[in-house]
Ligand binder design. Structure first.
Ligand SMILES: Nc1ncnc2c1ncn2[C@@H]1O[C@H](COP(=O)(O)OP(=O)(O)O)[C@@H](O)[C@H]1O
Ligand SMILES: [Mg+2]
Length: 324
């Protein structure tokens, strides 16, 4: 503040603008403000600019008001999908959660952080497509459902063994996250199973806004899930909630649902740990078949698509409540 009274001018601003004020300067009658507009749409930004100008124009010593807005490049938020062990359906959930969110109109991309066992190129039907590069950054590979994807599977030859040590794996992962994601607002990150280096790098470097934990109803898988939860909690990544996968078996012949692994275990576990339960996906042969064929069930219609959509709605609501 070169002249004028900073406090008085600030107090004259509408409360919303005060909360987003990064700097305010008055010099030669020109008030210059920088506002952080992350998360606001165009209409909200325009309204705020008008309100700010109206509020300051009448103030003593102000003949002109200039408003600059930061965060014009979209704030990208990451949500991590984790599990303590492999084979519980983490990749299946990540792909279908992303597709279901895209169906809801969200600008969502997918990072396959399982760099030792990438599966997203197959799940999202862009296997064998090589990402291009722009300004030294990878450009994500499109998929038929409007979900751009980056996976180590897009970069290495199929079947080629990856035997990297932690730091290299961490750097590879950075390239996938810090890519040219354009106007993608949300990245679903399919984490590798376990609680090792890659997971830690991910959490520390990229600070996801929240984590979804997948578990099967079995006690053992739940114990593993508990370990994954404590990894996130240690890294101060909030748990969005838990998903129970392979819950109840829908017989392809008679439709009767039986419970080979029991049911409700993840919901009870979530409750006892004070976490939200996001939903349940049945064990269904068609989920595996469609997934393997690069046809994410969430993209279709019917009960399985609805199961993924319900989880996506809960995640979206959680994200929207986080905005402020
Ligand atoms: N709800 C389900 N019903 C049937 N098969 C499933 C279901 N969820 C996952 N699968 C299958 O189980 C296998 C492991 O799933 P995946 O998502 O790759 O697990 P993870 O990423 O946790 O290792 C895959 O063949 C997948 O198609
Ligand atoms: Mg996987």
């Amino acid at each position: 503040m070169s002249d004028g009274d900073d406090g008085t001018l600030k107090a004259a601003l509408p409360p919303l603008a005060q909360a987003r004020l990064q700097s305010l300067r008055l010099a030669d009658g020109v008030a210059t403000l920088v506002l952080d507009v992350a998360g606001l749409d165009r209409l909200e930004r325009d309204r705020m600019e008008i309100a700010v100008k109206d509020a300051l124009r009448g103030q003593e010593g102000v003949s002109e008001v200039r408003v600059a807005m930061t965060a014009d490049k979209p704030q990208r938020r990451l949500i991590a999908v984790g599990s303590g062990k492999g084979g519980v359906g983490k990749s299946t959930l990540s792909a279908n959660l992303a597709v279901a969110l895209a169906k809801m109109g969200r600008k969502v991309g997918l990072v396959d952080a399982d760099i030792y066992g990438p599966s997203q190129p197959r799940l999202l039907a862009n296997e064998g497509v090589k990402p291009t590069a722009r300004d030294k950054k990878l450009v994500p590979v499109p998929s038929p459902w409007g979900v751009p994807v980056l996976s180590m599977g897009h970069i290495i030859e199929p079947g080629q063994a990856i035997a990297w040590r932690g730091p290299m794996a961490g750097n590879a992962l950075s390239q996938l996250v810090d890519a040219d994601w354009g106007d993608t607002e949300l990245l679903v990150v399919d984490l590798p199973p376990g609680t090792g280096d890659v997971q830690l790098t991910m959490l520390q470097r990229f600070k996801p806004v929240g984590a979804v934990i997948v578990s099967t109803p079995q006690d053992l898988a739940l114990m593993d899930a508990t370990r994954a939860i404590s990894l996130f909690e240690q890294s101060e990544v909030p748990i969005i909630g838990m998903v129970e996968n392979m819950a109840g078996y829908a017989c392809p012949h008679c439709g009767e649902v039986s419970d080979p692994f029991g049911q409700g275990g993840a919901e009870a576990a979530a409750k006892s740990m004070g976490h939200a339960f996001l939903g349940r996906i049945p064990l269904d042969l068609s989920i595996r078949q469609d997934s393997d064929a690069g046809n994410p069930p969430a993209a279709g219609e019917g009960p399985q698509a609805e199961a993924f959509a319900a989880i996506a709605r809960r995640v979206a609501t959680w994200l929207d409540n986080q905005k402020r």
